[in-house]
Design a binder for this molecule. Sequence first.
Ligand code: OAD
Length: 252
Amino acid sequence: MELEKLLGEHVQERLATAERFAALTGAGVSAESGVATFRDPNGLWAQFRPEELASMQGFLANPERVWQWYQYRRHVIESVRPNPAHFALAQLETLVPDWTLITQNVDRLHHRAGSRRVLELHGNLEENHCSRCGTPYRQEIDADAPAPPRCPACGGLIRPSVVWFGEMLPADVLADAERAAHRAEVFFVIGTSAEVYPAAALPLMAWERGATLIEINPTATHLSTIVHAAIRQPAGVAMPALVELIAALRQR
Ligand code: OAD
């Protein structure tokens, strides 16, 4: 009842009848799994310098340190589990006719919760590629080596396949995400500060085309002034309740 009141009649009507849904998730969706966010007071960027750990210059200046930092993050992720927000989003995929899940996260927790199609805007921590020739590497290299292995093809340093500052997003993934934002009738923005572009432009694109924008974040962001509803709760609490409500509304 509380949630229904908060959303209001218009938003509920859209949730009941819309065909095309999309969501953009950020680090906040994995916070309750025990994965650190970036810009919260205890976030990664409060402890580490992004230019040293998330840029090509930083990697070339100290390849071992950068390689080991991503190794550490991969080990954290291997030791945690998806939380109720990830599972609720996987369920939502089965409830609506047209669904696109866009994530900025590199942790693959959406996949592990059962989401079948996930657009990973910023890459992921499982894959690596050569920083010189681009050859992808997965099982073929020792990802636990103390220093980045050399590419057997060209001798370049192998790096994690995450997008660093100053780099382009994978063009095909971004194009799919933009298409989904243009088409969406309902767009959820979940657990992101919406400060990093071009990801942060996606909810704006959806809003400009008339989508109903719903923010799930305990803290307001600069998007909060334009959203049609804001649920100020942790995603692990809000998303199961929201998906349950959507299921009920669509059965009526
Ligand atoms: P941020 O750390 O910038 O923002 C995390 C957001 O999650 C904040 O708005 C928090 O209020 C919110 N939050 C925290 N706990 C939450 C919870 N339990 N439920 C819901 N929301 C919660 O992370 P992102 O927006 O994902 O880029 O950051 C975007 C990009 O910046 C990242 O993908 C990363 C970083 O630099 C790359 O690695 C390329």
